[in-house]
Design a binder for this molecule. Structure first.
Ligand SMILES: *Cc1c(COP(=O)(O)O)cnc(C)c1O
Length: 434
């Protein structure tokens, strides 16, 4: 498609005024050698671009749209709240309802604080853990993404993996000197840090299912092992459930794997598409936060009434109908299972990792269990696939190391049409056996 489209025209304008034409790098489509589709509207599992083309969406705004786009109940709740004013910078009932609901849903959360993004939530949770323990060092895993705050921009996965910048410029060495790196699914690499500097380690932060180096599930015993080490050394275990929270089940990955963190970070789904993040957990740690304690953290728009209206509506729907997760997870098992058969059937030995409604087809023969093995994936082969699918009206993440997100709004027909498109693609690429 080389003819001029509205998306291309808009992009030509966009690059003049915004770095790369975008407000977040992966959206620029550079890692698949393409240019962005400009989205005009969305409904259910469909995105419509400025040229009126319709796509089945497997990104879901990177996670928040677990119920699909433009859900009528969420929309109504937001419109209703808008009628009462956009922001007060003062306490509201919606914040109490939201905090209470999350504390009811997630057993490890005794108190919670709302912020405006996942990045901000991580940054604040780390500060709380450091304030609580009086220690400085944090263990993070290579390939896990925790937003773009300075101390977390080391081997951060996601956009950085395909844009070739594992570590960002502009981050002073002093900001990352207390960030210790470990390998995902490798407890020994964590144990070594503890044996060497246990009394200095404030926290271990982990994506309980890694979803920013493709999708990498925790191996049996990994999360349990982190729990044990943190308890043994008096460190705070932080689960970054910005993607997995309220997605893998109502109580997230911690519910699925039965491991209780001390603090949890949320984002994405809790805002239903509005800019929201949150961190919460043990009362004794959360009582360190200002104005109760000595750890300062604040936000002009935190707990914004419109954002709370959106999030409350989405979480209430999810809480009141557990059947949503049953169906979503069953549909996802079907989808990723069939896709794996199709890929293998065409003679490609590429693995699919999938947990619930998150999945990733890695263009490599290795099984992917950590950052090193994820990096084996052939990003050019992924780019060819993603572009071909886009031409067929299927919107996959424009980068290999992002998850495929299914939503409750995807119909069986949409899933089957996608599988058919994938089958055509892989059959056309397969070499005849001679
Ligand atoms: C997206 C993401 C973040 C950052 O959230 P933002 O709202 O983009 O700042 C943090 N952690 C994980 C696991 C994420 O996927």
């Amino acid at each position: 498609m080389n003819q001029m489209t509205h998306s291309k025209e808009l992009f030509e304008e966009a690059v003049k005024y915004m770095p790369g034409g975008v407000n977040s790098p992966v959206r620029a489509f550079r890692s698949i050698g393409s240019t962005p589709r400009f989205i005009a509207k969305a409904d259910g599992a469909c995105l419509f671009d400025e040229d009126g083309r319709c796509y089945t969406d497997y990104v879901g705004s990177w996670g928040p749209m677990v119920l699909g786009h433009n859900h009528p109940k969420i929309r109504e709740s937001v419109i209703d709240a808008c009628g009462r004013g956009l922001s007060f910078g003062a306490a509201t009932k919606a914040e109490v309802d939201m905090a209470k609901l999350i504390c009811e849903i997630v057993p490890s959360i005794e108190m919670i604080r709302m912020v405006n993004s996942g990045t901000e939530a991580v940054m604040s949770a780390l500060r709380a853990a450091r304030g609580y323990t009086g220690r400085d060092k944090i263990i993070k895993f290579m390939g896990c993404y925790h937003g773009h705050s300075d101390s977390m921009l080391v081997k951060a996965g996601s956009g950085g993996m395909t844009h070739g910048v594992a570590d960002s410029a502009g981050v002073p060495a002093g900001c990352t000197q207390d960030t210790l790196l470990a390998s995902y699914n490798d407890l020994d690499s964590v144990r070594e840090h503890f044996e060497h500097a246990g009394e200095q380690i404030a926290a271990v932060i982990v994506e309980p299912v890694a979803a920013n180096m493709g999708v990498v599930p925790p191996e049996h015993g990994f999360l349990e092992g982190l729990r044990k080490l943190c308890t043994q050394y008096g460190s705070v275990l932080i689960f970054d459930e910005v993607i997995t929270g309220f997605r893998l089940g109502i109580d997230g990955a911690q519910g699925v794997y039965g491991v209780k963190p001390d603090l949890t970070v949320f984002g994405k789904i809790i805002g239903a598409g509005m800019p929201v993040g949150a961190y919460g957990g043990k009362r004794c740690i959360m009582e360190m936060i200002s104005p109760l304690g000595s750890v300062y953290q604040a936000g002009t728009l935190s707990g914004n009434p419109i954002a709370m209206a959106a999030g409350l509506a989405q979480l209430s729907i999810l809480k009141n109908d557990p059947g949503i997760y049953e169906r979503l997870n069953a549909d996802s098992d079907y989808f990723f299972g069939r896709l794996q058969e199709i890929v293998r059937g065409a003679g490609f030995d590429y693995p699919i990792n999938h947990v619930g409604s998150l999945g990733c087809l890695f263009f490599t023969k290795c099984s992917v269990t950590d950052y090193e093995s994820a990096k084996c994936a052939d990003t050019n082969a992924y780019a060819d696939y993603a572009n071909a699918m886009l031409d067929k009206g299927i919107y996959l993440a424009p980068a290999q190391f992002e998850a495929v997100f299914l939503s409750a709004a995807h119909t069986k027909k949409q899933l089957d049409d996608t599988l058919e498109a994938a089958e055509d693609y892989f059959q056309s690429k397969s070499k005849p056996v001679s």
